[in-house]
Design a protein around this ligand. Structure first.
Ligand code: TRP
Length: 329
C-alpha cells in the first residue's frame, strides 16, 4: 500500500514564492510516490475571517488554481475542502477532551498569532481550538507524512502528542503518529528584507503576479544603501537580492563568483536584479502558462471528486475511533 501524505493551506489569499519553496515544490514531488490529500482549511480560515466569509469563498478557488498551475495533479492528489468533511469536526470534538487550554496556548504558532493579533483573554474558542482541528485533519487520513513550512512544525508536534494521549487511553485506537517533512528553504524573506515573506506584510511575489509586476518587485528590492557607484564594494550579507538568488538560483558556482565580485566592487545592482528576474521568470512563466489552461468547471469537479474521496477515508477512521471509544451503541 502507498504511504499517505496530508498537507494543506488556509484559503486566505493567493500563494507566493515563500509557499512555493516552503512546501509546494515538495508536494509536487511527493505526489508521484505517495497517496496525497490536500486540505483547503476553510474552518481554520474562518478563525480570522468569520465576519468576511466572501474572502474565503474566493480564495478557495484561487488556491486550487495555484495548486494546479504549480503541477499538483488531480489524478495523484485529492484536493478537498475541510468544511465538507464532517468527520473532521466530530474527531476534533473528541480530541478536545485530551488537550488542555494551557497546552494550546503554549503552542508557539498559536502564541505568535495571538501576539500579532494582540489577543489575550478575549480570544475566540474557535481560534485556540485550531491545533486540535489540525490534528483531526491529519489523523483522519492516517497520514504518514506531512510536508509543511517550519512555522507549522509545532502543529505537527501537537498532533502527535494528541495521538499518543489518545492511544494511551484507547487501546484499539486506529490513530497513528505522522512524520513532518520540512523543506530546507522554508523561510523565504520578504522583498523588503525585513521579515518572512507574507501576504499580510505585503512583501511577497505571488505565483500569479504578471511578469511586469515581478520585474517591478525585483527592481524595488533593497540591496545595500552604501553601494552607490558600481565600483563601490557591496554588502552581500543582508542583501535581499542575494538572499533570493541563494534560494532560487541553481548555478551556485556562478553565484559564489558574483558574491565575490560584488563584495570587491565592480558589479552593479542592475546586473544582479536582471539575473534574479530571469531566474524567477523561469519558475513563474510555466506556472502562468498552465494557469491559463485551467477552467473553473474543472476546478469545481476536482473539488467535488476530492471531497468524495476524503469523506470516505475520514468516515472510516471516525468509525474506528468510535469503536475504540465504545461509542458503538
Ligand atoms: N495550518 C495550516 C496553515 O495555516 C493549514 C492546515 C490545516 C494544514 N490543516 C492542515 C496543513 C493539515 C497541513 C496539514 O497553513
Amino acid at each position: 500500500m502507498k504511504k499517505i501524505v496530508l498537507t494543506g493551506d488556509r484559503p486566505t489569499g493567493n500563494l507566493h514564492l515563500g509557499h512555493y519553496v516552503g512546501s509546494l515544490k515538495k508536494r509536487v514531488e511527493m505526489q508521484k510516490d505517495y497517496m496525497t490529500y490536500i486540505i483547503i482549511a476553510d474552518f481554520q480560515a474562518l478563525t480570522d475571517y468569520f465576519d468576511q466569509p466572501s474572502i474565503i469563498f474566493e480564495n478557495v478557488y484561487a488556491l486550487v488554481y495555484d495548486y494546479l498551475s504549480c503541477g499538483i495533479d488531480p489524478n495523484l492528489s485529492k484536493i478537498f475542502i475541510q468544511s465538507h468533511v464532517g468527520a473532521l469536526l466530530e474527531l476534533s470534538m473528541y480530541f478536545m477532551n485530551i488537550v488542555s487550554l494551557a497546552r494550546v496556548q503554549r503552542n508557539p504558532t498559536v502564541k505568535a498569532e495571538l501576539a500579532s493579533k494582540k489577543m489575550k483573554n478575549d480570544v475566540h474558542c474557535g481560534f485556540v481550538f485550531y491545533p486540535v482541528s489540525q490534528a483531526a485533519d491529519i489523523t483522519a487520513f492516517k497520514a504518514d507524512f506531512v510536508p509543511v513550512g517550519v512555522d507549522q512544525a509545532p502543529m505537527i508536534e501537537q498532533t502527535n502528542e494528541i495521538v499518543r494521549n489518545f492511544n494511551r487511553i484507547y487501546v484499539n485506537s486506529p490513530l497513528k503518529e505522522c512524520k513532518m517533512i520540512l523543506s530546507d528553504t522554508s523561510k523565504l524573506l520578504g522583498i523588503d528584507g525585513k521579515a518572512k515573506a507574507s501576504k499580510s506584510l505585503d512583501n511577497c511575489i505571488f505565483l500569479n503576479d504578471a511578469s511586469s509586476v515581478v520585474r517591478q518587485k525585483v527592481f524595488n528590492m533593497y540591496t545595500d544603501p552604501d553601494h552607490i557607484k558600481i565600483s563601490d564594494p557591496g554588502r552581500v550579507e543582508g542583501n535581499i537580492v542575494f538572499h533570493y538568488l541563494d534560494v532560487f538560483y541553481e548555478n551556485k558556482e556562478h553565484l559564489l563568483q558574483l558574491k565575490t565580485d560584488y563584495a570587491k566592487g565592480g558589479l552593479g545592482d542592475i546586473f544582479l536584479k536582471e539575473l534574479l528576474f530571469k531566474v524567477l521568470e523561469e519558475i513563474l512563466f510555466p506556472i502562468r502558462e498552465k494557469r491559463r489552461e485551467i477552467q473553473i468547471e474543472d476546478v469545481k469537479n476536482i473539488i467535488c471528486e476530492g471531497n468524495k474521496a476524503a469523506k470516505t477515508v475520514a468516515d472510516q477512521t471516525l468509525h474506528e475511533v468510535k469503536e475504540a471509544m465504545r461509542l458503538n451503541y
